[in-house]
Design a protein around this ligand. Structure first.
Ligand SMILES: [Zn+2]
Ligand SMILES: [Zn+2]
Length: 160
């Protein structure tokens, strides 16, 4: 049985697979983050798209995500912090996603993407707020469709 790439010490079938197949929903932002890392490892690009805030989905470059996820030699995940109760429907997860890279002398070295990602719950589902796409201006309606202005809703969580 394949061990789940997300580092949970569970088998893939008992962990992220049911999320990737849409048979279960992530219970919290940390679980969503883990399953998204796992989706990069396994090139489950549909899952990456589906777990991004719906209003931002069309801004994602699927091909670029696929290429990047394939070319990266993933080497594990550490979740450093999970701030679940930042707001009624926001959370942040700090993590290190490790990958192998070659240095000048072609020796394989371990490096990490160290990030603090923001997540928002919309209609009981958690979504990743992708900060790399073109986001609205401060006074425009928020990406999560809360009917608040971006500045007063998701924006502050991207900054903290
Ligand atoms: Zn997993
Ligand atoms: Zn919002």
């Amino acid at each position: 049985m394949m061990q789940c790439p997300c580092g949970s010490n569970l088998s893939y079938s008992a962990c992220c697979e049911v999320l990737h197949q849409g048979k279960a929903l992530a219970q919290n932002a940390e679980q969503l983050m883990r399953s998204r890392y796992c989706a990069y490892v396994l090139q489950e690009i549909d899952y990456i798209v589906q777990t991004t805030v719906p209003s931002l989905k069309n801004l994602l470059d699927r091909q670029a995500i696929l290429t990047w996820s394939k070319q990266t030699k993933w080497d594990g995940l550490d979740v450093l912090a999970h701030q679940e109760k930042l707001g009624k429907s926001h959370a942040k997860v700090e993590f290190k996603a490790y990958f192998l890279t070659s240095n000048a002398t072609s020796v394989s070295v371990r490096d990490a993407h160290h990030e603090r990602s923001a997540f928002v719950k919309i209609a009981e589902r958690w979504y990743f707020i992708d900060p790399t796409v073109a986001l609205p201006t401060m006074k425009q309606p928020c990406i999560c469709c809360s009917q608040k202005k971006f500045k007063q809703c998701c924006y502050p969580y991207l900054m903290r």
